[in-house]
Design a protein around this ligand. Structure first.
Ligand SMILES: Cc1cc2nc3c(=O)[nH]c(=O)nc-3n(C[C@H](O)[C@H](O)[C@H](O)COP(=O)(O)O)c2cc1C
Length: 352
């Protein structure tokens, strides 16, 4: 997706936070080879609240998951008769998830950044769930890399601005992934105001058409940042079973839940996400432990193709993503719709 977005005139950004440093190196090498020297970005999660033991531990992080939460998840899957993964696959999935989720702490993000800095085409680094710490900021600055931060509240924008970022992604509650409570329509003008002329603002959350891009620019944003719309493309990592669930979902089939990472993520609602909200459910674990527990269960659900238990991060615009397309088609469709929206506005003004 990063390659195709970049080739079609966008600025592709790779969500790197679930990769181990070795996996990220392989991904970036491949992107470098396919983007004709064009710049692209990476996004890392630098949370302000997380499990400190998991950040420094050298042992298998899954061992830090308490028995109560482990038993609850196992019971949910056993009651729903979701088979265990075959031993070999279980080991592979376990290794992949444990090494990847270890990156969801500040030091984990620093390890990923060291890998990214060896790839000169990486010209943008965005931090999610917190401002980039001063040492990260200084290192990126010294290499003239554009620094951005995700933001769900005007107060966060002020902190990011004080940390010295170049751009802020104002992401409304309707977005897929980690998200706050304020809608894009309300958040974007507030963040634009908080940023003044010094920091650029991209609007995110609920953008899948050119009309939504035009609306974002009307609110004062200088560009947009999309997530959910890419899930339905043939370049997306989702398999055919997962896409079928996605295409059938409506705008009201998502909810903000902590089951996936321990922090609120907007995702498709399912019996699994809702079970963790019940009174008899244990507390959510801190990042990155809840993610390790959830993703091992998720791998079982996907393998068993159990759509009633399937939850994946997706925003409310999932209701507008109804069939498979390509990244290139989405990019061109949105540009055409954008021009049509602007022409409509110009006509309206002429009539006024
Ligand atoms: C499957 C998925 C994974 C995401 N992962 C990340 C991530 O790792 N880091 C991040 O900053 N945002 C992440 N997001 C949020 C997106 O960057 C983006 O802000 C959001 O999807 C925009 O709203 P939309 O989903 O309505 O397009 C993710 C979103 C989705 C749907």
């Amino acid at each position: 997706m990063v390659v195709e977005v970049t080739k079609a005139g966008g600025f592709g950004v790779l969500g790197a936070s679930t990769f181990s440093p070795e996996q990220l190196e392989a991904e970036l090498r491949w992107i470098d080879q396919h983007t004709d020297g064009k710049p692209y970005g990476i996004d890392v999660i630098i949370p302000t609240a997380y499990d400190k033991q998991a950040e420094t531990s050298t042992e298998d992080l899954a061992r830090l998951i308490p028995q109560e939460q482990r038993d609850f998840m196992n019971r949910l899957l056993a009651d729903a008769q979701v088979p265990e993964l075959p031993a070999e696959e279980r080991e592979r999935v376990h290794q992949e998830i444990v090494t990847g989720r270890g990156a969801m702490t500040p030091d984990g993000a620093r390890r990923l950044l060291q890998v990214a800095l060896a790839h000169p085409q990486v010209r943008l680094v965005v931090s999610a769930l917190g401002s980039p710490p001063p040492d990260v900021m200084a290192e990126l600055r010294s290499r003239h890399i554009i620094v951005g931060a995700m933001c769900g509240k005007a107060q966060h924008a002020a902190k990011h601005k004080a940390a010295g970022v170049d751009l802020i992604v104002a992401q409304g509650t309707e977005a897929g992934g980690h998200t706050g409570e304020i809608a894009t329509m309300v958040l974007v003008p507030q963040v634009v105001q908080a940023c003044g002329d010094e920091v650029a603002v991209l609007a995110a959350g609920g953008i899948a058409t050119g009309a939504q891009i035009a609306a974002s620019l009307a609110l004062g944003a200088q560009g947009v940042w999309c997530g959910t719309v890419w899930l339905g493309t043939r370049e997306s990592e989702l398999d055919p079973f997962e896409k079928e669930v996605l295409f059938a979902a409506g705008a009201d089939d998502t909810a903000r839940r902590k089951a996936r990472t321990g922090k609120t993520v907007r995702m498709l609602k399912s019996q699994l996400s809702e079970a963790w909200e019940r009174d008899d459910a244990p507390d959510y674990l801190p990042t990155p432990l809840q993610g390790i527990l959830y993703n091992e269960a998720h791998a079982r659900v996907v393998r068993a193709q159990r759509k009633e238990l399937y939850s994946f991060p997706a925003g409310q615009v999932v209701g507008m993503v109804n069939e498979e397309s390509s990244v290139r088609d989405v990019m061109y469709r949105m540009q055409l719709e954008y021009v049509e929206a602007i022409e409509r506005l110009v006509r309206l003004q002429g009539e006024a």
